[in-house]
Design a protein around this ligand. Sequence first.
Ligand code: NDP
Ligand code: A1CAB
Length: 273
Amino acid sequence: MHDPTIGFIGAGNMAGAIIDGMLASGFPADRIWICDRNEDKRQAFDHKGLHATADNATLIRACDIVVLAVKPQALKSVVEPLASEFKARNPLVVSVAAGVTAESIDRWIGGGFAIVRTMPNTPALVMTGSTGLYANARVSDGEKGAVESIFSGIGTAVWVDREDDLHAVTAASGSAPAYFFRFMEAMQKAAEAQGLDAATASALIAQTALGAAKMVQETGESPAELRRKVCSPKGTTEQAILSFERDDIDAVVARAMEACHHRSIELSKALAD
Ligand SMILES: NC(=O)C1=CN([C@@H]2O[C@H](COP(=O)(O)OP(=O)(O)OC[C@H]3O[C@@H](n4cnc5c(N)ncnc54)[C@H](OP(=O)(O)O)[C@@H]3O)[C@@H](O)[C@H]2O)C=CC1
Ligand SMILES: O=C(O)[C@@H]1CCC=N1
């Protein structure tokens, strides 16, 4: 696909993060369309130089790639009435919706479509997103390349061969920014309780999170090795890590990720019809 025009049905948190990342990576604004039912969101994207419409059919007619970015529970009712438009335009369909299978989407819009299911995450906004991608059998190599270049332009993009693996991708990266934010919220409360002012605590914690992630990516050392290098024998860090171990941090995290994985499977079953 050469210089495709791409349209987002639903311009909320996730589409907004992807679009802002695409703009920052140099994707031309005039090749991006959004459709949202909220006037304020349409205006915000219009001001960035995108095409903004309240009519999904207009977007489909204009776009080579149509990204479905409404809530999973809303997806069927949004796309089913658009089946004739999808048939006439035959775009590459890309979904970011958690849980909803490619087969369900294909059936709702009339059947026979090339569909890429993705599981992105919101750090796409700052071009450090992580996206899992799955293509159904109708997606050509050229189409795969076009989608991959969009998502790799805003972070890391990884293909999975089995659609079911997207449940695990959701638990490992799609939902995972929220885990780290929650951990940082807890650290912020504790640091303030120990006497730091809010701004100082927030600056130190955010920079530490960034530094830790960069060390894992750039040193080639495992998180366990890097952790050991911070823990001086009989020092301060050791006491914090021992406290986590007493609270069975592995089990706490495993339960949370299992709950996320389970919900993704539950959604795919509940929304299949
Ligand atoms: N947020 C995240 O971190 C991630 C989200 N996802 C997936 O992304 C999808 C979107 O999530 P998110 O961005 O958080 O949700 P949002 O609610 O922020 O965005 C969806 C947008 O679509 C609008 N919308 C609803 N119906 C229509 C319609 N008929 N036509 C046009 N626009 C419509 C909504 O309007 P209104 O608000 O009025 O309903 C809203 O502005 C979901 O399927 C989710 O599973 C995937 C990975 C990560
Ligand atoms: O919470 C959700 O369902 C969406 C999908 C992954 C991240 N946010």
